[in-house]
Design a protein around this ligand. Structure first.
Ligand code: SF4
Length: 355
């Protein structure tokens, strides 16, 4: 059934991201990571600027809000301090979102950050890690003796910037020592080597975002290729991490059934049996809001992403803010097909949810 070959797809390589310009908030330099990052960038050709706050970042090229400005903003790094230490909830996969960074350099058309960090698409990394861990500890204490799960990918892709900050490895090792805390994150990037020797103690679930080849090729520019992600997943499983895949967004393109079957066939062929011992799948159908649709069309005017409200069903959400999801029968068909694929290719895996 699979028409793709591993050999053809391994040609694809991604260079780790380097920003065009980096801004520092002065307070960031009071923290060891802030100083480390200042030294890193002083030793490079990247222009450095100071800013009183990330809200004051100025000088991004292009008319504010235009595709050019948006592209340049995504190549801008801000090194700062996380001031509000109230963590957001992160249902259904975790209790809390742990804030390490916001923004991402990739250009997935349907990225949830389009609306989450809409007017501030630059990448912001936080250096006050000890304070962030202190807050996590409070949440763990409140829920003891229950385990508390923290999601590190709610506002960015933490693997994509790990070669710059090293924050994810520190956080993995922090949770490795926590009896009642677990970490999880998801990535579309394959540069995982620096995380393989982290002392994770099995407390971090390392998930990769996967999709049919058609979807990755058309809607996920500047991320790692599917095959590179699978190579990375193999390494992560061999390093003893609990592994997971988020198949999202599940998207009904022409030939979607075969496309997703190809994906699972390739995945099953590529993964070693050690990777499938503790394996989870999260299944998320494509959805959009009116606000997201307008932003996507402004930023990626040539996108082929289908966002026709008349073909969808409106699902009411919290605070009266709803989303367009597939109509009931189409969503049920997606769910059935994907669940069948998980069960037949990975009978021992757990499906965490379909939404
Ligand atoms: Fe958004 Fe993730 Fe794509 Fe980055 S990799 S643009 S965070 S969906």
């Amino acid at each position: 059934m699979a028409t793709l070959t591993l050999e053809r797809k391994t040609q694809h390589v991604n260079k780790p991201f380097e920003p065009d310009v980096v801004f520092f908030e002065p307070q960031a330099l009071e923290y060891p990571l802030g100083k480390e990052l200042m030294n890193r960038f002083k030793g490079s050709n990247t222009p450095i600027q100071m800013t009183t706050s990330h809200n004051q970042v100025r000088g991004i090229q292009g008319e504010s809000g235009s595709p050019e400005w948006y592209r340049n903003a995504k190549r801008t790094l801000v090194v700062g301090v996380k001031r509000s230490l109230k963590f957001e909830p992160s249902k259904p996969s975790a209790e809390y979102a742990i804030p390490l960074a916001t923004g991402c350099m990739a250009h997935c058309h349907y990225c949830y950050l389009n609306t989450n960090v809409g007017t501030k698409p630059y990448i912001r990394v936080y250096v006050n890690l000890e304070e962030i861990y202190g807050q996590a500890e409070k949440y763990m204490r409140e829920r003891a003796p229950e385990i508390t799960r923290f999601e590190a990918a709610c506002t960015s892709d933490p693997v994509g910037i790990e070669h710059i900050t090293g924050s994810l490895k520190r956080t993995i090792e922090y949770f490795g020592q926590q009896e009642l805390g677990r970490l999880r994150f998801v990535t579309k990037f394959a540069n995982v080597d620096s995380l393989l020797d982290a002392k994770h103690n099995g407390h971090t679930r390392f998930r990769f975002s996967i999709n049919a080849d058609y979807v990755i090729r058309n809607f996920e520019p500047a991320t790692s290729s599917f095959l590179d992600r699978i190579e990375a997943a193999k390494k992560v499983a061999e390093a003893g991490y609990p592994l997971g895949f988020i198949a999202a967004p599940l998207y009904r393109f022409d030939g979607w059934k075969e496309g997703y079957e190809d994906l699972f066939e390739l995945l099953a062929r590529a993964l070693p049996s050690s990777a499938t011992k503790d394996l989870t799948f999260e299944l998320i159908q494509h959805r959009f809001t009116k606000v997201a649709k307008n932003l996507i069309l402004a930023r990626y005017p040539k996108t082929k992403l289908e966002m026709d409200e008349t073909k969808r069903q409106y699902k009411w959400g919290k605070y009266g803010r709803g989303k367009y999801v597939y109509k009931k029968d189409e969503a049920a068909e997606l769910q059935m097909h994907l669940e069948r694929l998980v069960h037949s290719y990975f009978p021992q895996a757990e499906i965490s949810y379909f939404t």
